[in-house]
Design a protein around this ligand. Structure first.
Ligand code: ZN
Ligand code: ZN
Length: 422
């Protein structure tokens, strides 16, 4: 069957996360989006794990579902994220890792192991002083059917290739465990095409997830599978990267991510990689080192030109979240009661958000929305949008309704006007 999955999100037990992030509401939003499979996130947290055990039931195929959910309620897959802060090769390293577990008892065994190695109750995303390599070893020794995946691999501050605390290769980070790394999460600020410029990543399956900290952000990036809806089938699709089973990813335009370009948020300096090189990575306003973003870092490690293809690569579909399109269409300053009501009305009529963004024809869209709004959705599918890149934690912008205007003159969004939707 064809289904869409978002593996990486956070519960109310994670820092800076909405108090609404509990399983029933996650399932509800997963359904609105059109997701058949949702990561639980945060299964390492004791109180949240308790909620998982009370509110979900195993379906016998390594997945779970809400005990109270209807037949259309999405399945859950046990996932968690860990943070690793340590020194290796004389440098401070900080990176985030994702864990996939094949069921409650496997997750419980992993939690017992991790509880001896650090404080798993402190945060939904626990912080450990041991290395990412050791995490791979600990998790796979405990449960070989788990999957360990580096999270948002280009983020400057907390990722395996991040400009400020990462590594220059997978092998440098994971050493003899490298062969166990079969997939990587691209994050919002990069897309598969950027990653495919670096041949060292050719053997990895590239996945995309929302990393949602609030319900409405669930599914803003996701993965389309054509396989059985079960843990073994999903694991097999992820480790093989077979396009017959892992059909495509759903992506932000990478410019919209918070770290696409380089810069300083407080100094309102937003630079392309080229501009940063011209300034020797120094901020012209404050004189400190600029935060080097994802595009710059990809260019530093890439061994292929932009746009170079990769035979057999899983394709990527760039989309803009529907409520964001509605906000721009109505000329609103940001998400509001009006945009949310219109969102819910459209999703009710269209079935779910992904059907509206990807599947319905122009005619079908026009049967329940204003023609210009439907035309905007078609333009997103064609990629005829204008983008202003994000930098140093400031979201970029995508403009859907004025694509005929010339390319914004390399203008970056002012820090105060970031397009943070929810
Ligand atoms: Zn993370
Ligand atoms: Zn500065």
């Amino acid at each position: 069957m064809r289904f869409i999955a978002d593996f990486h999100l956070h519960s109310a037990y994670s820092r800076a996360t909405s108090r609404d992030m509990h399983l029933p509401l996650m399932a509800r939003w997963g359904q609105l989006k059109g997701l058949a499979l949702l990561g639980t996130g945060d299964f390492t947290h004791p109180a949240y794990f308790q909620e998982i055990r009370e509110e979900l039931e195993e379906t016998g195929d390594g997945l779970l579902r809400l005990k109270t959910g209807g037949t259309n309620s999405p399945r859950f897959i046990l996932t968690a994220e860990t943070s690793h802060i340590y020194t290796q090769g004389g440098r401070g390293r900080r990176l985030h890792m994702m864990i996939f577990a094949p069921g409650i008892s496997a997750a419980e065994k992993i939690n017992l192991r991790l509880a001896r190695l650090g404080n798993i109750a402190s945060d939904g995303r626990p912080i450990f002083g041991f290395s990412a390599k050791d995490l791979v070893k600990v998790v796979l020794d405990t449960e070989p059917d788990c999957l360990v995946v580096p999270a948002h691999v280009w983020t400057p501050w907390f990722s395996v290739f991040g400009s400020h605390s990462g590594f220059d290769s997978l092998e440098e980070c994971f050493e003899e465990e490298t062969a166990h790394i079969r997939a990587a999460e691209t994050g919002l600020s990069s897309d598969p095409a950027m990653n495919r410029r670096w041949s060292a990543l050719d053997r990895l399956t590239l996945i995309s997830n929302s990393d949602a900290h609030s319900p409405a952000n669930i599914g803003r990036e996701a993965n389309i599978f054509t396989t059985e809806l079960s843990y073994p089938a999903v694991r097999e699709a992820l480790t093989s990267g077979d396009p017959a089973r892992f059909q495509a990813t759903i992506e932000f335009f990478p410019e919209e991510g918070k770290y696409h370009f380089d810069g300083h948020r407080d100094c309102r300096v937003c630079f392309s990689p080229e501009q940063t090189r011209q300034h020797d990575q120094i901020c012209p306003v404050c004189g400190r080192k600029l935060v080097v973003g994802v595009l710059h870092r990809v260019e530093a490690l890439a061994d292929r030109p932009p746009g170079a293809g990769f035979p057999g690569a899983v394709p990527a579909l760039h989309r803009v979240p529907l409520e964001e399109i509605i906000v721009e269409f109505f000329g609103l300053k940001g998400p509001s009661k009006r945009s949310r009501l219109e969102y819910l009305r459209l999703v009710e009529r269209g079935g779910n958000e992904f059907r509206i963004l990807m599947d319905l024809s122009l005619e079908e869209l026009r049967s329940f929305m204003e023609p210009d709004l439907a035309a905007g959705i078609l333009r997103v599918r064609e990629g005829t949008v204008r983008t202003v890149p994000g930098y140093d934690g400031v979201y970029g912008q995508v403009r859907v309704f004025s694509p005929e205007q010339p390319e914004a003159a390399a203008a970056c969004p002012p820090a105060s006007r970031q397009l943070s939707l929810f």
